[in-house]
Design a binder for this molecule. Structure first.
Ligand code: CDV
Length: 315
């Protein structure tokens, strides 16, 4: 039996601050219908795909930002997407902000992706692990990146789910820059990693990196795919959103590290590739046969140490 998953990376162009969820869901449905015509089994939408990238603005009282978060999934605004995808027999992965309240009243704000199977059932919801940016308002910046104010880091790490006839994992934007992300999933036998992102082209702490955004995007996902023998699907919200130009370049990477398909615009665009999950074993059963070749006994720093500890100076 072949295990080919035809995946569509459903890149979005900008979402304006004033755009309602209904307007955005119409765009998601448009891409879903393109995916149907292309024979897709799975459609992957970007990070925070229901709203503008609101961490670019500071509000002194965080509850003023509550309207950017969903409190349930599906909900009234997204039910039409769930219904239509199930009717077409297409699964999807949707990024959004989630606000949860515990029984004791504690409020959690997460940056999440929910994976939905072809029959409309929810496979799992992944919470972003690596939260970039800053916690406090920094008015000297041309725009804010206040993810560390608006989101808690996930305590759960990187899961892998049996879905779409294979093993599927998720990561969100900044997670894709960290090798630990891919390896955590690689060690669970992942075969396809789904990743939405919003990457401003301007990086205020080191603008020297601005012209390298596309290179770094491709570098991390291609190498993560190869080193773990997995497909990686990277999906942007690109273009100039509320005055902030953001990287597009959505792409699908093979277990060989090769780019199978890549966006050519910075707007709404579906990028499609047929992914034969059995390709993964060519890598995970040979060069990257982890059980045979990894040396976890000498990798102890990876889980016992967060920052750099330099070797003691020679006497
Ligand atoms: N949304 C993100 O996580 N963006 C970061 C930027 C701030 C560096 C990224 O890694 O692309």
């Amino acid at each position: 039996m072949t295990r080919v998953v035809t995946v569509g990376a459903a890149q979005l162009g900008p979402i304006a601050r004033r755009d309602s969820r209904d307007v955005v869901v119409e765009r998601l449905l448009g891409l879903l219908h393109e995916a149907e015509a292309a024979g897709c089994d799975l459609v992957v939408y970007p990070e925070l795909a229901l709203t503008t990238f609101f961490p670019r603005w500071h509000v002194a009282d965080i509850t003023e930002a509550d309207h950017w978060y969903e409190t349930a999934m599906p909900n009234a605004a997204t039910q039409p997407l769930f219904d239509e995808a199930a009717r077409l027999g297409i699964g999807f992965c949707l990024g959004y902000a989630l606000r949860e309240t515990d029984a004791d009243g504690t409020v959690h704000r997460w940056n999440v992706q929910t994976l939905v199977e072809r029959d409309g059932s929810i496979v799992g919801t992944f919470k972003k692990v690596h939260i970039p940016g800053h916690e406090e308002h920094e008015p000297h910046r041309p725009f804010q990146h206040l993810e560390r104010y608006y989101f808690e880091p996930s305590p759960d790490g990187f899961g892998v789910w049996e879905a779409f006839g294979g093993r599927v994992g998720m990561m969100i934007c900044n997670d894709r820059r960290w090798p630990e992300t891919y390896r955590e999933m690689g060690l669970q036998g992942v075969e396809m990693i789904l990743c939405g992102y919003n990457t401003p082209l301007h990086y205020a702490p080191d603008p020297g990196q601005d012209p390298l955004q596309g290179f770094h995007n491709q570098l991390v996902m291609s190498s993560g795919a190869y080193q773990n023998g997995t497909f990686v699907v990277g999906v942007a919200k690109g273009g100039e959103e509320e005055g902030v130009p953001s990287l597009a370049e959505s792409a699908i990477f093979a277990p060989s590290g090769e780019t199978l398909a890549k966006a050519t615009t910075d707007g709404d665009e579906l990028v499609v590739a047929e992914c034969d999950l059995d390709w993964c074993a060519n890598y995970t059963g040979t060069l990257f046969d982890f059980d045979r070749y990894r040396r976890p006994e000498v990798y102890t720093r990876l889980t016992t140490q967060r920052g750099v500890r330099r070797p003691a100076a020679a006497t």
